[in-house]
Write a protein of this length. Structure first.
Length: 162
């Protein structure tokens, strides 16, 4: 099916407006639970005054939940890293397992990859992620989460938020 020339022009200008957004706006990612979205494993949220203040200061933060983006429901069983941190999961040396013993490694990796796609699409250079999470965490007792590890590997600054 051929596109009408005006439609092609519109699509092209939408793409260029996205690149202008990243050049002229402070674009970043944020764990959706930190801005009030009820997407944590238990269906709750953890609004962060720090993150909400960044929004007031003009930052454009894209709220994302890697676990949901990997196909996990909300609420869901609590997950933990087994055998290493998020980097080890990405390298195939560790797993992500829920409290029922189900291996959710594939879903966590898929969610992290989807978050990375969005970061690259919008030119995000920083991510404010929920500390202590097996996907977002970057300084919890379990170490770096899967998404945090992938974003760091791709040169995106990761900031842990309680």
């Amino acid at each position: 099916m051929k596109r009408h020339p005006k439609e092609v022009e519109r699509v092209t200008s939408e793409k260029s407006s996205k690149s202008r957004l990243s050049k002229h706006t402070k674009v970043g990612l944020v764990s959706a639970c930190l801005v009030g979205v009820c997407c944590r494993y238990d269906g709750s949220e953890r609004s962060s005054p720090l993150v909400l203040n960044l929004l007031k200061e003009g930052f454009f933060l894209l709220p994302l939940c890697p676990e949901q983006m990997g196909g996990l429901p909300t609420p869901r069983a609590r997950n933990r890293l087994v055998g290493g941190d998020g980097g080890a999961v990405l390298d195939g040396r560790a797993r992500v397992v829920d409290e029922g013993g189900n291996d959710n490694t594939k879903r966590f990796v898929e969610g992290a990859r989807e978050v990375l796609k969005i970061a690259e699409l919008f030119g995000a250079r920083v991510a404010y992620l929920k500390a202590g999470s097996p996907s977002c965490g970057c300084d919890g007792e379990e170490g770096e989460g899967v998404t945090a590890a992938l974003l760091r590997r791709k040169g995106i600054k990761v900031v842990g938020v309680e």
